[in-house]
Structures are given as C-alpha cells and as structure tokens.
Design a protein around this ligand. Sequence first.
Ligand code: B12
Length: 306
Amino acid sequence: MVVCRSNGTPPSRSFGIGEAVERLRAEFPDVSISSLRFLEREGLLGPRRTAGGHRLFSDDDLERIRLIKRQQQQHRSLAEIRELLLRRDRIGPPRELAERFVNEIAARNGREAYALIDEALRVGIPARTLCLEVLTPALERIGDLWERGELDVAHEHLASAVVRDLLSNLRLYQPPAPPDGRVAVAACAASERHELGLRMVTALLEQQGWSVQFLGADTPASSTVQFVTDNEADLLLISTGAPSERAFVEDVIAALAAWSPARRPKVVVGGRAAAEVAAGLPVDLVATRAEHLLDWPALPATHRPR
Ligand code: B12
C-alpha cells in the first residue's frame, strides 16, 4: 500500500489489484482479480497504472467497486450500473460539491441545495464523505460568511434546516448495518445549541451498527447520566462548543465516578471547544473532529452487558 499525505487533506492510498481484492472480499466474497479486470474492460472502472503498467486502485476506486457489487446484488444490469456511474461521475469532487451547496444557500435555493446532496447519496457517495468532506466545510464556510456579514442569519437557518433533513433521510439512502448491540448516548452540553456536528457523528456510528440515543441540543448533565444508566450505554458522546461548558463535563464525570469500572461507559468529549473543556479531566477521548472518534482504535467493538 502507498500512502501519500498532503497538507490538511486526508491521506490518499493506492492498492495493487491483489490487495484491492483482499480488502473487498470480506464484504463481497465473489470479487476476484478477473472480476475486477472484467469491470475495467466494460469501462466501469479506470484504475491508474504505474509506469510498469500495474493497476493502482484508490480508496475511491474501491468505493466505486462496492457500489457496483451492491447494484449487482440487486440484479441491476450492466447498462443500469453504467448509467448510475455516469451520474456519480457528474457529482465532482467533495470540495466542488461543498462550494455548490454554499452557492445554492447564498442564492436562497434550499431545495436545490438539498437536491445536490440527495443526488450524491442516491448515486452512492458514502455518507462519511458527504458529512465530513462536503457538509462540514460548507457549514463552516457559511459561518464565516455570516460572521463577515455577507450572509445573514436566515441563510444559516436555511442551511441548518437542509442539513437536518438530509441527516434524517440518510438511512433511507444508505441503510445502516443491522444493530449489533452497541449503544451510545449522545448529548450536546447544557446551553450548547449547535447539534449538527454531533448528529453527523451519530449518523455515521449508526452506519457501523451502533444504536444511538441522540438527545440533541442543550441537555442537562443529570438527564444525560440517567439516559446512560437506563440504556446501559457503552459510549457517552458529549458535544461542546464553548469553554463555559466545562461544568457540564465535570458534573457528568462526577456522577460517573461512583460507578464501578465495569459499568462505566467510555466518555468522549467532542466539538469545537473539546480541548479546553476536557483539559485535565479523566475522559477517554477528546475529539475536535469526527474522524478522531470514527477512527479511534479503542472504540468499543462489542456491547458489554452490565
Ligand atoms: C448552524 C450554526 C448555528 C445554528 C445551529 C443550528 C443547529 N441545529 O445545530 C444556531 C443558529 C443555533 C447557532 C447559534 C449560535 N452560533 Co452558530 N454556527 C452555526 C454554523 C454556521 C454551523 C455549525 C455547524 O453545524 N457546523 C458543522 C459541524 C459539522 O461542525 P461542528 O459542530 O464543529 O462539528 C464537527 C466537529 O466539531 C466534531 N464534533 C462536534 N461535536 C462532536 C461530538 C463528538 C463526540 C465528536 C467525536 C465530534 C464532534 O465533529 C463534527 C464533524 O467533524 C457555525 C459555523 C462553523 N464554523 O461551524 C456557527 C458558529 C459555530 N456559531 C457561532 C456563534 C457565535 C453562535 C451564537 C453565539 C450566535 C448568537 N449570537 O446567538 C449562537 C450560540 C448558540 C449556543 N448557545 O450554542 C460561531 C462560534 C464562534 C466561536 N468563537 O466559537 C460560529 C463558528 C460562526 C462564526 N464563524 O462566527 N449557530
């Protein structure tokens, strides 16, 4: 595997054909070197080649193969799959899609902004890419334009409403893995009203088989702890946006301190203010970005009955 890192962008990886097959086999046992060559001959795939002519598959190529295989499982013809891939190719890279989303919001076209992401979901762009590489930067850009007075609060409200709708519909387009018993309780600290970041994190956890109790914005610490108890949660996710929310985390930690280690869930403090809010507190993970949690090696792999 080759890993290339550039400033601020996620690493882009390339795999030889054998490694690509290995990575796909767990999900699609019938994938083989010859089946990938067949898809390429049919014009459905176009992996790069090394100077020596060896195929190099990127993460995006693997995602494209997963999409093709899922379509084949649903007995779609090659012509139908080709048409879907053409639509997918028209979407363009995440950065451009984010820019188009912001432009539609700036032009007060909520419907078109929704339709852009709706189409991307329908043609199989992964929910993680859409949440973290399209909607997050788009909302941040809208925040910057709002701060500079170039957009007004109604634009921000429109963008929030569109994103909320998209997140609610996510599971219709890209059904989550069946629940595997792991339970997370997710709450924004008391007085914190920014809930979309946490909503994205929980939607992506649901895709991996987690069951999530999402309590949303501005939740009191005592109710949050009660939910953790009632649900025998494996994970407590707290979203924070301002240093003043440290008291919430302190209250939660104090309530959980009395629990035996076997009963206590892992506690993750996330969001824009996570580093200040959790400094020096005994939490399991501080996550200023969703990726810190989603790629966390200590993320519980199974439910621990209490
Ligand atoms: C939409 C929005 C609102 C909406 C929120 C609607 C909703 N239902 O969520 C409303 C109108 C309520 C709002 C209110 C305010 N807002 Co506002 N808002 C925004 C905006 C434009 C987008 C927020 C957003 O959804 N971002 C996208 C998400 C995905 O990003 P995120 O929340 O950071 O989450 C990511 C990570 O932090 C992380 N994460 C977050 N939580 C968690 C939790 C866990 C467990 C993990 C693992 C990870 C994680 O994962 C996410 C994905 O990577 C931002 C701009 C921006 N830069 O974000 C301003 C922004 C955050 N708001 C700002 C301000 C000032 C306010 C107000 C104070 C305005 C006011 N005067 O009333 C109030 C504060 C309200 C409050 N008490 O919380 C400022 C904050 C400045 C600062 N210094 O912190 C920003 C940055 C705008 C700006 N550029 O000035 N806002």
